[in-house]
Ligand binder design. Structure first.
Ligand code: RM4
Ligand code: MN
Ligand code: MN
Length: 415
């Protein structure tokens, strides 16, 4: 028996004593899915400076190669989200085939409603009919791209908002938004989804038109079953209880997906689970618990959640950062899977406040690496993807091939 086997056997024995179905946990780990974003592989920066990274992907095909590399190491990152027009091509069939040959499929399509000059005062909420129409048409173009690439989700984040009190009418803009979104949803086939992503600040700082989960949920309800809410973990005020929002949306059958990242101060887009691993575990805990729920509205909703990363790695090596992100999601999910749920409800019904808390921390403090290694070995993958990354020639190869981009700017031209 090798070291990995010994560690796995020892952990399995301990977990079985805690009434955990260990082979069921390993099966669930093999089915986990995390989507990586095309924009996480290219150069990016803060509004102050873009530091060009050696080997950063320069085009869509290189982004797909990089996403395929992360998938080869982890086995759970089989799709890549695209951002339009950043990732636009005139050969969608060729692109889907290129991805398919590398074991990848095209995931969510993200429209871009924040980088055209005409959107200065809004896009889907703009009071000028022609500009609103341009924004709707861009989303319809994205729906068409979904058809061509076989993508299920249109993942829409709206940058619209105002900077000063009185600048525009909240209710007027809300009605325009409802109108625009209904047109988009009407154009989507029944098996496609609109994911509505909320954010309470930035680039507008007085109000944003989709500020929080309640607004997104209200609109999703009005728009019908194709529309769901997307929770970006970086889009909440400090101290917000995100796992509670997740549970609430799951219970309403309204949670559609995640944009995972780590925030400390603003929309930091740092590596998910780095400074807040307990929060990430608690989010996954709600998802696992909903998956087990008898009510099919709740379990069905949990089973269809799209797990996506939305991050920009500005100073850390891009591939290593993306790999670390996937590993952190795997670890949080594994810990959520080993929560003793019977014990948890028992403690809750007894109002055993700290006993219930300790059921969670028993799982959270468990070293789940042997479980993950077991799942990976059963999938024919390296048991330690980070060690495999360190041994792989790929990062050095792409750095040599692609070099370092020249002249990365920032948001202050000419500075
Ligand atoms: C936004 C939001 C969107 C992402 C853009 C780049 O803050 O998170 O999902 O597409 O950033
Ligand atoms: Mn996002
Ligand atoms: Mn964001």
């Amino acid at each position: 028996m090798n070291t990995h086997n010994r560690m796995y056997e020892a952990l399995a024995e301990g977990l079985e004593a805690r009434h955990i179905d260990v082979s069921g946990v390993v099966t669930a780990l093999k089915k986990q899915h995390i989507e990586t974003p095309s924009w996480g592989y290219g150069d990016s920066g803060t509004r102050f400076k873009v530091f060009a990274a050696p080997g950063a992907a320069r085009n869509l095909y290189e982004k797909i190669n990089d996403a395929a590399f992360i998938h080869r190491l982890t086995g759970v990152a089989s799709s890549i989200a695209l951002h339009i027009p950043w990732d636009k091509t005139d050969d969608w069939d060729g692109l889907s085939a290129y991805a398919g040959e590398r074991g990848l499929r095209i995931g969510a399509i993200n429209p871009n409603l924040f980088q055209s000059d005409v959107y200065k005062f809004g896009s889907l909420c703009h009071t000028d009919d022609a500009i609103r129409l341009q924004a709707v048409e861009h989303c319809l173009e994205c729906v068409e791209i979904m058809r061509k690439t076989g993508s299920r989700d249109l993942s829409l984040w709206l940058a619209d908002g105002t900077n000063y009190a009185g600048q525009d009418s909240f209710r007027g803009r809300k009605r325009l938004l409802e109108e625009s979104l209904s047109e988009i949803v009407a154009a989507m086939p029944d098996d496609r989804r609109l994911l509505i992503e909320y954010k309470f600040f930035e680039p507008a700082f007085y109000h944003t038109d989709l500020a929080d989960w309640g607004m997104a949920a209200t609109l999703a309800r009005k728009l019908g079953p194709k529309a769901k809410v997307l929770v970006d973990t970086g889009h909440h005020a400090s101290g917000t209880n995100i796992e509670h929002i997740v549970a609430f949306l799951l219970d309403e059958g309204l949670l559609g997906g995640f944009h995972f990242n780590n925030r400390k101060y603003a929309d930091d887009d740092l590596i998910v689970g780095t400074s807040n691993p307990f929060e990430l575990f608690l989010i996954y805990n709600e998802l696992v618990s909903a998956e087990l729920e008898a009510d099919p509205k709740v379990s069905g909703c949990a089973q269809n959640v799209a797990y996506m990363i939305d991050q920009s790695h500005n100073v850390e090596p891009k591939l290593e950062a993306m790999l670390q992100s996937v590993l952190n999601c795997q670890s949080a999910y594994a810990k959520a899977l080993i929560v003793d749920r019977a014990a948890l409800s028992q403690r809750q019904s007894e109002h055993d406040v700290l006993g219930a808390y300790r059921v969670l921390t028993d799982a959270f403090e468990t070293d789940v690496r042997p479980l993950l290694a077991q799942a990976r070995v059963e999938m024919g993958l390296p048991p330690d993807p980070m060690a495999a990354y360190m041994d792989s020639p790929y990062p050095a190869q792409v750095a040599a091939e692609r070099g370092v981009a020249q002249g990365g700017g920032g948001g202050y031209p000419g500075a």
